[in-house]
Design a protein around this ligand. Structure first.
Ligand code: SF4
Ligand code: SF4
Length: 477
């Protein structure tokens, strides 16, 4: 060999780690004696070992009582595999949900069980290495959307997606996280948006909406009832959402506002698995809501943004909010129940619905979207598995921000495709911008001509418009 990967001496790493395969190959200077070459670890390798220790420490900190109970109660039945779209559509055993947690399980066994400690004391038992964390990175990020379907079917109640969320903390700390998610997290912290959008981009959309509707989009309205958050993906891909809520809230007489200080709903910290980043992004929303003294915060048509701000947020910042959080669909359904949404006409083509995992399975918002569909659809048919047991679209949990996962994401989508084919809809309806994008891309790639529409937009299309003022009527006649 004329060059070599320089590796640390075995005594330089307390846990006996090995060198990650991705470590740079360093050219060996021809005039350097062999003894000196092997005695000096390369800087990159030392950094790798340091990162491993950080990763292991982060994993240790995540191992709470539920995690210990889950690992000790797993009966290795494999049922979780049958619930995971990544396993079901590839048949590859490495995509078995509980297997994705193997590094965390090894650390738990080695350090927190008597048997594991005894084995470790005599130099036996597996150890978590930097190489292992590198190998598991695609399993934890590319082949898991944290959809929670596996957690629903485990006969002993193991919440696998809860553990995957925790395992990602160790991955991030060790430096083994996808580049796309790292970049999105950095942009989110620096600019407020995982896509790097600034307020001026949204301001352009606001002006378009105001021109199209003749309505005013309220900004920084002190004391408004609702603070509306948006997702960058919506602003870029589905600007019709902002137009829809502007119309619906004007129609229903809702007091609402956007905040120039904080408009982004999505939380890259939750996706990548960083409590610190998650807390920073949640705190921005809380600061904006408190400054404007709103009573409620509305998460947009985005699944993970809703669970991040509603369920994970108070734990992230370690205090309760002085406001309530709702998904837009919950707000629309409440307005419907109060008789504040008047619609006219119904869609006559065959419509079906994709329930976002974070909304239906993780948050129990299932009937609300169906009650809203009743308002505006004549021919609605549910997918066979819907609500809590619906199948994930394959793009959530940061998978859509991870270019490396593109092929696997489409493989997982085949489960959704099969569901859609079975009910033969003319169009699909959903209420999450990530799901909608995945449905659109997946259906197009599979040459299925089935448009996808957001539910909020569909409701806005059927609003009873106010009677034109008499003066306008006279002018026309
Ligand atoms: S949370 Fe969803 S994607 Fe992840 S392992 Fe479980 S079923 Fe598979
Ligand atoms: S379904 Fe539950 S008990 Fe069965 S292998 Fe998966 S985690 Fe273990």
């Amino acid at each position: 060999m004329t060059d070599a990967v320089l590796s640390p001496g075995a005594d330089s790493v307390a846990t006996g780690d090995t060198v990650p395969p991705a470590a740079p190959r360093v050219a060996r200077p021809a005039d350097q004696p062999a003894a000196r070459r092997t005695a000096q670890p390369a800087p990159a390798t030392r950094a790798g070992n340091f990162s491993l220790q950080r990763g292991l420490q982060a994993l240790r900190e995540e191992m709470d009582a539920p995690v210990a109970a889950f690992f000790s109660s797993c009966v290795h039945c494999g049922l979780c595999a049958t619930a995971c779209p990544f396993f079901v559509e590839t048949g590859d055993p490495k995509y078995t949900p509980i297997y994705k947690l193997e590094p965390m399980r090894i650390l738990w066994e080695r350090e927190l069980t008597l048997w594991g400690r005894l084995k470790a004391a005599v130099g036996l038992g597996k150890q978590v290495t930097d190489e292992m964390l590198a190998e598991w990175e695609p399993l934890l990020y590319d082949s898991c959307t944290m959809c929670g379907r596996c957690s629903m079917v485990c006969p002993v109640g193991n919440d696998i997606q809860y553990m995957i969320r925790k395992a990602r903390e160790g991955q991030v700390a060790s430096g083994h996280a996808p580049e796309g998610l790292i970049a999105a997290s950095v942009r989110a912290v620096r600019t407020g948006s995982p896509m790097g959008l600034k307020w001026k981009t949204l301001d352009v959309q606001i002006k378009h909406v105001e021109t199209a509707t003749g309505l005013t989009v309220p900004i920084d309205q002190q004391g408004a009832d609702y603070l509306v958050l948006l997702s960058s993906m919506e602003i870029i891909n589905f600007p019709e959402y902002l137009e829809a809520i502007t119309k619906i809230f004007a129609h229903a007489g809702v007091s609402w506002t956007l905040s120039e200080q904080c408009f982004e709903a999505t939380n890259a910290g939750v996706q990548i698995g960083s409590k610190d980043i998650a807390a920073t992004l949640v705190q921005r929303v809380v600061d904006a809501a408190e400054r404007l003294d709103v009573k409620h915060v509305i998460s947009p048509e985005c699944g993970h943004a809703y669970t991040a701000i509603r369920w994970e947020g108070p734990n992230a910042i370690k205090r309760a909010y002085p406001f309530q959080v709702f998904h837009i669909i919950e707000v629309l359904d409440q307005l419907r129940a109060e008789g504040r949404i008047k619609t006219q006409g119904k869609e006559t083509d065959r419509l079906s619905m994709h329930d976002p995992c974070n909304l239906a399975r993780k948050s129990g918002v299932i009937q609300q979207q169906r009650d809203l569909m009743d308002l505006i659809a004549d021919d609605f048919v549910d997918l066979k598995e819907h609500g809590r047991l619906q199948w994930c679209c394959g793009a959530g949990g940061g998978v859509s921000s991870n270019e490396r996962a593109a092929a696997l994401k489409m493989a997982a989508f085949k489960r959704k495709k099969a569901q859609i084919e079975a009910v033969e809809p003319d169009r699909m309806v959903t209420m999450c911008a990530t799901c909608r994008t995945q449905l659109e891309e997946g259906l197009e790639e599979l040459t299925m001509d089935i448009p996808v529409v957001g539910l909020t937009e569909l409701i806005a299309d059927h609003l009873v418009m106010p009677e034109p003022p008499p003066a306008a009527e006279e002018a026309r006649s």
